[in-house]
Write a protein that binds this ligand. Structure first.
Ligand SMILES: Cc1cc2nc3c(=O)[nH]c(=O)nc-3n(C[C@H](O)[C@H](O)[C@H](O)COP(=O)(O)OP(=O)(O)OC[C@H]3O[C@@H](n4cnc5c(N)ncnc54)[C@H](O)[C@@H]3O)c2cc1C
Length: 374
């Protein structure tokens, strides 16, 4: 931690307590945050904190993104899709955009004028990205996109969508490219339902449809077609580290909530914390938190030095998400019946945790990646 990171933590904490916490139930009911929440966050400098200032960002590093993720977990906010917007979408543009593209899109993402999404997964499959069906075929100075995507975070609100598509459908990985679709400037782009989920109730997760969608040829990310798969492989470690950071912060928050609860609640005339089972379970959970934190912090340090490799990011993702699910489940048990009531943060944390083992690459795919490196 540095003074700069401490200040960001304080700013984020105050902002989330005031603008997020009172809205959780309403956002869950409407299945998305209020659109103006993004512009408020942008106005305070809380979007794109790790994007250089020359493109409108905060000029920070991944450590700044990590602080925001931790504060979101602490506030129990699972609705705001900032990690996708700032931690993922903006970084594809930063890494592969031309100067003109970076100046065109990043300031809008940093201010909240645009919400960002990335559309990889399709109804036919998410793990097997080499076999996606969405096509983007070059016709003159345009690409024509046809296909559909599902489970897209920020999908209903996004003005900027990075679409993973086949520019050469005859090829596998080498036929994949990334194209930017600016929703306000594009016809044929349609949004489907905002999906009902068992957790992350306030998070916008939507279907997207592309019917003869035309985008300028210079919306391609990268110097030439066919770079998409490599670009995904290069960026996915950061996405997986984001999930790991959110998961360890979730473990810590769950332990804190539960320790407070068992000190207060009584059964058989004593506080729950006095029962040996409660004490042992919480001792285990606190140890899980500490061990996971040590590994994830090591990964953050490696990533800040540009040294986080793909298998290690996959280890951090599967490990931290598995431990999150184990710990939160134990915590729910210690809350008894209240642990099953959605008005209790621990119940929401339990439902929110489950998807962490699925998205960003399933934990089975993580183990495939790790096993290949052995
Ligand atoms: C809330 C939410 C938000 C999401 N946000 C986004 C987003 O913003 N953008 C986006 O593009 N996607 C997003 N996704 C999609 C997510 O990344 C996919 O759901 C995930 O990659 C798995 O793909 P799938 O659902 O098609 O499952 P499948 O690929 O059909 O997998 C089904 C099962 O088979 C297993 N499996 C598949 N292949 C193998 C293998 N080779 N070896 C062993 N087991 C295997 C999987 O591990 C899984 O258990 C989101 C999903 C959710 C639920």
């Amino acid at each position: 931690m540095t003074d700069d990171l401490d200040q960001l933590r304080q700013l984020a904490r105050t902002f989330l307590e005031k603008e997020s916490v009172p809205n959780h139930e309403r956002w869950a009911a409407q299945k998305q945050v209020d659109r103006e929440f993004w512009t408020k966050a942008g106005g305070l400098g809380l979007l794109c904190v790790s994007v250089p200032e020359e493109y409108g960002g905060g000029g920070g590093t991944f450590a700044h993104e990590a602080v925001l993720l931790e504060e979101q977990a602490r506030a129990g906010d699972s609705a705001w899709g900032n990690s996708v917007h700032s931690g993922i979408v903006a970084h594809y543009i930063l890494a592969y955009g031309t100067e003109e593209q970076k100046h065109r899109w990043l300031p809008k993402l940093a201010s909240g004028e645009y919400v960002g999404a990335i559309a990889m997964s399709e109804p036919g499959g998410g793990s097997d990205l080499q076999n996606i069906k969405t096509r983007a075929i070059r016709r003159g100075d345009e690409y024509v996109i046809d296909g559909s995507k599902t489970f897209i975070t920020n999908g209903a609100q996004a003005e900027l969508v990075i679409v993973v598509a086949k520019t050469d459908p005859a090829q596998g990985a080498t036929g994949i490219s990334l194209l930017v679709v600016e929703a306000p400037l594009t016809s044929g782009f349609r949004r489907g339902r905002v999906l009902d989920k068992i957790g992350l109730k306030g998070q916008d997760t939507a279907e997207l449809f592309f019917d003869d969608v035309r985008v300028p040829a210079d919306n391609l990310l990268g110097a030439s077609e066919g770079q998409g798969f490599i670009q995904l492989m290069q960026q996915l470690p950061q996405e997986r580290l984001i999930i790991a950071v959110a998961s360890v912060a979730g473990i810590e928050a769950a332990v804190e909530l539960t320790v407070d609860y068992v000190k207060d609640r009584t059964a058989f005339g004593r506080e729950l914390i006095k029962f040996q089972n409660t004490r042992f379970k919480l001792a285990e959970c606190a140890t899980e938190a500490r061990v996971t934190r040590a590994f994830v912090d090591e990964c953050i340090q490696a990533h800040l030095k540009g040294e986080l490799d793909v298998p290690t990011a996959a280890m951090a993702k599967w490990w931290s998400t598995e431990r999150l699910c184990v710990v939160v489940d134990e915590c729910v048990q210690l809350f008894g019946g209240y642990g099953y009531m959605t008005e209790y943060p621990i119940a929401r944390a339990w439902a929110d945790a489950r998807v962490q083992k699925i998205y960003g690459g399933t934990n089975e795919i993580m183990k495939e990646i790790i096993a290949r490196s052995l």
